[in-house]
Ligand binder design. Structure first.
Ligand code: GLU
Length: 461
């Protein structure tokens, strides 16, 4: 499951000050439903924290009051709970306004920041903002994934850090909150690399310790466009509706830009925690491939016991025994619980309600004397099916019925199909259905007989 475009994976040393335990954070803005790529950041931050015996915190960055909604915030916590990424602490950025104000005032008092008179360019522009006094020069920080990154900060000018004392911009709030919450490792999307220089200048001016930065590789969609809502990325919680298991999604997201360095493709949460390290995060972008996600999901669905498979999919039926017997078939074919439901409503619906096969369809196609052939073929099976035990595997059924179909073939009246077609149709009444051996093993001999007898009566009628 290597999503890599860039396979070079130099071993890098993670610098730790050896004193403070690792604290990572996921800092989403609740301005929309987040997609799977957004949660990849949470997955990496969580796994790294837990691998290091540290803490994982979630901070809702809701300072953009116009665009932030509680509904989105709830969706974020819902998604994190579903993925089983519990936070050791949660914060809401808007609740730190007085602290932000205090530190803005401190910078202004030290003349590291100043209130700047502005000439509004368009309606709504402020006449006053707070700007950071840029010391200029070049600034280098060492990113765990990308190595040294140098920015000529002179180019940034005296950038804005707040629109007013109560409206810090993102760069300021993020730096203050990370420091106050004891964040040691800022693990976030690669699109934030260009923000880091500004944030480091603010952090230094406030006398904070510099966290370690790890900017994650970008995630592309299958069209090689940056994964995003605008390019059609689904909300993560939509995958729950599609019937993806959270352990499968977690497994898949962990491999978007990381791998364990061996051949493992399927890893449980505990195995991921054990193996995860930032040193193996790749620089090159990763590709989000839904087909691959579905196949990872199929792996995890197949690993479930019959009981767990039914419980996890919330599956029940008036005929619980038949449903249980259909589980191997579902595990073989369905990649998601959505597909399980499609199979139960479609191809497998015949298991739960007796078919009304149409006369014409019971007749094996293009055979001379079709009616007589189909009827005698079905009648020829009655004794054999009657003799089957109540619990019987598809293989056993096949062992009994195939020789009869072979005899029919030997008689040259249309081959095995002359038996197997009317049989399958009598049992299912459907164009598409599992093979008749599987059907008999799930329906049981008694119900199979009843269906065959009904078909014979239709053919006689
Ligand atoms: N709130 C920012 C975002 O949603 C993340 C800030 C950060 O990780 O530093 O993109």
């Amino acid at each position: 499951m290597n999503q890599t475009n860039d396979n070079s994976m130099p071993q890098r040393k993670i610098i730790s000050n050896g004193v403070s335990p690792v604290v990572t954070r996921f800092a989403p803005s609740p301005t929309g439903y987040l997609h799977a790529g957004n949660y990849r950041t949470a997955v990496f931050a969580y796994l790294f924290a837990k691998h290091s015996g540290g803490k994982f915190i979630v901070r809702i960055e809701d300072t953009d009051a116009a665009r932030s909604k509680r509904e989105y915030e709830e969706n974020i916590f819902d998604a994190l709970a579903w993925l089983n990424l519990p936070a050791d602490a949660t914060y809401r950025q808007s609740e730190h306004r007085s602290r932000h104000r205090e530190l803005l005032e401190k910078l202004i008092a030290a003349d590291t920041a100043y209130v700047s008179k502005e000439t509004p360019q368009k309606p709504g522009d402020r006449e006053e903002v707070i700007r950071f006094r840029n010391p200029g020069g070049s600034l280098t920080f060492s990113d765990v994934i990308h190595g040294d990154i140098t920015t000529d900060v002179t180019d940034l000018g005296d950038f804005i850090i707040a629109r007013s004392l109560d409206e810090p911009v993102f760069h300021f709030a993020v730096v203050v909150d990370d420091a106050d919450e004891g964040v040691t490792h800022v693990i976030r999307g690669g699109d934030h690399i260009s923000n880091t220089a500004r944030q480091l200048l603010i952090s230094r001016a406030l006398g904070f310790a510099t966290p370690t930065y790890a900017h994650l590789p970008l995630i592309m969609d299958s069209q090689h466009k940056k994964l995003g809502k605008r390019t059609g990325a689904k909300a993560l919680t939509d995958y729950r509706l599609l019937g993806i298991l959270p352990e499968a999604l977690l497994n898949y997201l962990a491999f978007l830009g990381w791998n364990p360095g061996d051949t493992r493709e399927y890893m449980s949460r505990d195995e991921l925690v054990e193996a995860f390290d930032l040193t193996r995060v790749q620089k090159g972008s990763a590709v989000f491939d839904e087909v691959k996600l579905f196949s990872v999901n199929q792996h995890w669905m197949r690993k479930l016991s019959t009981d767990d498979f039914l419980t996890r999919g919330n599956l029940s039926s008036d005929s619980p025994e038949k449903l249980r017997k259909a589980v191997p078939l579902l595990q073989e074919r369905a990649r998601t619980y959505g597909e399980v439901q499609e199979m139960l409503d479609g191809e497998l619906s015949c298991l739960f309600s007796a078919p009304e096969p149409a006369r014409d369809q019971l007749l094996a196609k293009e055979l001379p004397g079709r009616q007589a052939v189909a009827k005698s073929a079905l009648e020829g099976l009655l004794e054999a099916i009657k003799a089957l035990p109540g619990e019987v595997s598809a293989e056993e059924v096949k062992g009994v019925i195939m020789p009869l179909a072979d005899e029919e073939e030997a008689r040259g009246k249309g081959g095995r199909g002359a038996v197997l077609w009317p049989l399958r149709y009598a049992l299912s009444g459907q164009e598409r259905s599992p093979d008749p051996f599987t059907l008999i093993s799930i329906l049981g001999p008694e119900e199979s007989l009843a269906r065959i007898q009904k078909a014979i009566a239709i053919l006689e009628g």
